[in-house]
Design a protein around this ligand. Structure first.
Ligand code: GLY
Length: 364
């Protein structure tokens, strides 16, 4: 028997920069010209963002001499499926795109996940850039390279890790963001404070008014800190083998709430309830000081983020969701718990009875 080894232990440099600021998109054309991420660019967006920003974004790049086209699809999670993705791939072929083309994801999480996934499989992988337009996408989904689509069995069950070549976060986009969508992102920013930074947490406590009135410098700081925390974690564990799991603080119960509501309840709102529930779990298990737990609840209240289960959802349906996840994960769900603000840890064993007791405290 012959044995021939295929040695692929190469180090591939997938590093990239995140640019953050207010009205920074005029800085994009020189960067595109300098880095030559593609010989042509196709913006992927949804119809809502297309109407609000798409035409202006494209004319901005075209005027600077960058060859650019735009494709859009209907807004919303329902579009995050393989059929829409194939439709976009066919359009890219129709436009004559090849391995030298670069996609630009202009939009929220759905657009970023779809465009990233498309870039990872189109002609076996092409470059893409993230231009997130929602607070949630700016602080979370645009960084770290998770891409994917949903199937009827669940969200993000088909996907890849494919890092963007750059992320452009323009806080100007936040001025047109509905309040509900803004809060989706705020819950994630609170999470970053809790898993990594007392300083960020304290900043959020002190700057409540400025954040809620979307003051540019204050948002710049909170977004920048969130991106810094996420990038540090992604650098350590790109493919979520371990430490990246701490980014899921508030999400085990948050996801179960979303699923129990048939994904009608918004992600960040579910995460807010998840943050409170998982803080209370940490307290009940003797890890987290009661005063700190109150402080966390107070910050969520200051931002008017939800702290009680959505009406019509029973705690049993949420518990069922957690148990289903547990079965899928071979009986072991890693809950992220807190010892203090900035001190998270993973804990596999949490009694169902205790989760039930905590969920009962969150019934309206
Ligand atoms: N949203 C969590 C992560 O990117 O790992």
């Amino acid at each position: 028997m012959k044995q021939i080894s295929v040695d692929l232990r190469k180090r591939v440099n997938k590093s990239y920069d995140i640019y953050i600021g207010h009205h920074i998109l005029d800085r994009m054309p020189p960067l595109l010209a300098r880095h030559k991420w593609g010989d042509r660019y196709v913006v992927i967006t949804d119809e809502t963002v297309y109407e609000l920003h798409g035409k202006e974004f494209v004319s901005h790049l075209s005027k600077a001499g960058i060859p650019v086209e735009i494709l859009s699809f209907p807004a919303g999670e329902k579009s995050k499926n393989i059929n829409i993705l194939i439709g976009l791939a066919e359009k890219l072929i129709g436009l004559g795109c090849d391995r030298g083309s670069c996609l630009i994801a202009l939009g929220g999480g759905v657009v970023g996940d779809m465009a990233g996934f498309l870039a990872s499989i189109f002609m076996r992988g092409i470059a893409y850039l993230q231009v997130p337009t929602t607070l949630l996408a700016q602080v979370d989904s645009s960084i770290g390279g998770k891409t994917g689509v949903d199937i009827k069995e669940g969200k993000n069950l088909i996907g890849t890790f494919h890092q963007p070549r750059a992320v452009f976060i323009d806080t100007f986009f936040l001025s047109t963001l509905p309040d509900e969508e803004f809060k989706n992102g705020l819950a994630e920013i609170v999470k970053y404070g809790l898993i990594e930074s007392r300083g960020l947490f304290q900043f959020l406590e002190e700057k409540r008014e400025e954040i809620l009135s979307r003051k540019a410098e204050v948002l710049d700081y909170a977004i920048g800190e969130s991106c810094r925390i996420k990038k540090n974690i992604v650098e350590l564990d790109e493919c979520e083998a371990g430490i990246r799991k701490v980014l899921n603080f508030g999400h085990t119960i948050g996801h179960a709430i979303e699923r129990a509501s048939n994904y009608r309840y918004p992600h960040g709102h579910a995460v807010s309830i998840g943050i409170l529930a998982e803080s209370r779990l940490s307290e009940a298990m003797g890890y987290l000081d009661t005063q700190v737990c109150h402080r966390i609840e107070q910050l969520l209240a200051d931002f008017d983020l939800p702290r009680r289960l959505p009406p019509g959802l029973t705690y049993e349906s949420i518990l069922t969701g957690i148990q289903t996840d547990k079965k899928k994960a071979k009986g072991q769900i890693n809950f992220v718990l807190l010892k203090d603000i900035g001190l998270p840890f993973l804990r596999a064993q949490v009694e169902d009875e205790l989760i039930k007791n905590i969920l009962e405290t969150l019934i309206t």
